[in-house]
Design a protein around this ligand. Structure first.
Ligand code: CMX
Length: 432
């Protein structure tokens, strides 16, 4: 157990609980928004109906983790980010090391999990393998045990933290093992308990990394994808499942199943496929005119441009910019990076001309897969697993904070089309 993280949270928990209590007692009945029917139908887009303390996405700026812009903390380690997500504070060196050690101590994946994965068909999707591998460990849940043994509601978060550390400690070993089993028919590489989380992950993937640049990319990747508010499919799913007091193994596995969708985490796989298809169709260094026509034809034949658009963002995703800066810093001369940069000049104006997408700017997926590809990770199907390892930080932190706050089970009210029609009619009538 990372005693320092738990100790810090034990200090913070009563303050947060008091803050929540005061807000509810003073303003519990205060309305904060009107909801339109199109929002009910449209995936609750923009409805401010969720509590999420870990991060927020400002449409005109991008991600802030605990109110710190991602641009200011992109050079931190995933351990520092997890500490920040959980506590709202950046860790001291001692705190950081205790968390690093706690994760390393838990990095060994039990043999029965590998047996489960080996039993799957050879072409199982790596995301299905990841989700299943995590779920296979559910019987080890400290949270479930604590609940069954009658732990009080106020104490449950401590067992939840224990499970989150187990999940995070193991997920890098599990994901890297999946990479090797699935794509090289090779054995997993054992964790080096002296390394930090990202370095260990990069090492266990087994790709050649003579300069350490791939390790740096993995560290940045894990930081940038760690959290993106509470309303995205994976975070919302994880939270919903955990709100039923299902343990974190169920919650994280469920959240990652949502991440596997092509409109969410799988988009980075689709994005790289689109880039490679474009290069194959047009050859390297197509002219701007040729590329623009190609993109236009792509959209008007009913496809989306992967890596562009966003449900919340209305500017270029700062995480896209940070990855571009990484490519510049390491002087990455590659036709994929050239195409990413050229598309950045062209796609936004094509999407604007097309007139449908509310946000014509690139999101993080417009570049992330290209970087992995250039450093030798050529298996697109694995990219969402990379995303999932990182997003596990945010999902775990979110369900932890909710359990500390003691928020209840999720239960929004659903409505039938007929009820909505009646509500619309009576609202119109009351205004005439
Ligand atoms: N290319 C072409 N059309 C696009 C588009 C794109 N990149 N982005 C949005 N549109 C279209 C939508 O398909 C929609 O068309 P219909 O009305 O015919 O259904 C219309 O524009 C309006 O969509 P929106 O309100 O702007 O976007 P949504 O909030 O509904 O969806 C997203 C957001 C990300 C799913 C969408 O922009 C998209 O499909 N982008 C490509 C896939 C992608 O990059 N996903 C990664 C997102 C990041 C993440 O969640 O991890």
């Amino acid at each position: 157990m990372s005693t320092l993280l738990r100790q810090r949270l034990e200090t913070l928990a009563p303050q947060w609980q008091q803050q929540l209590h005061t807000l509810l007692s003073q303003h519990g009945n205060t309305p904060i928004a009107d909801i339109r029917i199109e929002q009910v139908i449209g995936g609750m887009r923009g409805v401010p109906a969720l509590l999420c303390e870990t991060s927020l996405v400002i449409p005109t700026e991008g991600l802030r983790i605990r109110n710190i812009p991602i641009t200011e903390i992109a050079d931190r380690t995933p351990e520092a980010i997890f500490w920040l997500l959980c506590t709202g504070e950046l860790p001291t060196a001692e705190e950081h090391d205790s968390l690093r050690q706690a994760l390393a101590e838990r990095a060994t994946v039990p043999e029965y999990v590998w047996n489960v994965l080996h039993a799957l068909p050879r072409d199982a999707h790596p995301m299905a393998m990841l989700s299943l591998g995590l779920l296979a460990m559910e019987q080890e849940s400290a949270f479930r045990r604590a609940f069954e043994e009658g732990a009080s509601r106020g104490e449950l978060w401590k067992a939840l933290l224990e499970d989150c550390l187990t999940l995070l400690g193991r997920i890098t070993t599990l994901a890297a093992g999946i990479y090797r089993i699935r794509f090289s028919n090779a054995d997993p590489i054992l964790p080096d308990l002296g390394l930090d989380w990202a370095s260990n992950f990069a090492r266990m993937l087994g790709l050649p990394d003579p300069t350490g640049q791939f390790r740096d990319l993995v560290r940045l990747y894990l930081v940038l994808h760690s959290d993106h508010e509470g309303g995205n499919v994976s975070a919302l799913t994880g939270y919903t499942v955990a709100s039923a007091l299902s343990d974190p193994f169920y919650a994280l596995s469920a959240g990652l199943n949502g991440l596997a969708g092509p409109l969410h985490g799988l988009a980075n796989q689709e994005c790289l496929r689109f880039l490679l298809q474009t290069l194959e169709a047009l050859g390297p260094q197509p002219s701007d005119d040729v590329l623009e026509q190609y993109v236009w034809n792509w959209i008007t034949s009913g496809h989306v441009i992967p890596g562009y658009g966003h449900a919340v963002l209305r500017v270029t995703d700062p995480r896209f910019t940070i990855f571009r800066q990484f490519a510049e810093r390491y002087h990455l001369q590659h036709e994929l990076i050239a195409l990413v940069n050229q598309l950045f000049q062209i796609v936004p104006r094509v999407l604007q001309r097309h007139g449908k997408a509310k946000n014509p700017w690139p999101n993080v997926d417009a570049i992330s897969g290209s970087l992995l590809y250039i450093y030798g990770m050529r298996e697109f199907e694995f990219y969402t697993v990379m995303f999932g390892v990182s997003r596990a930080l945010g999902i775990c932190a979110q369900i932890l904070v909710h359990r500390i706050l003691g928020t209840p089970i999720m239960r929004p009210k659903s409505l039938t089309l007929q009820e909505l029609e009646q509500m619309a009619r009576s609202t119109v009538a009351s205004h005439t």
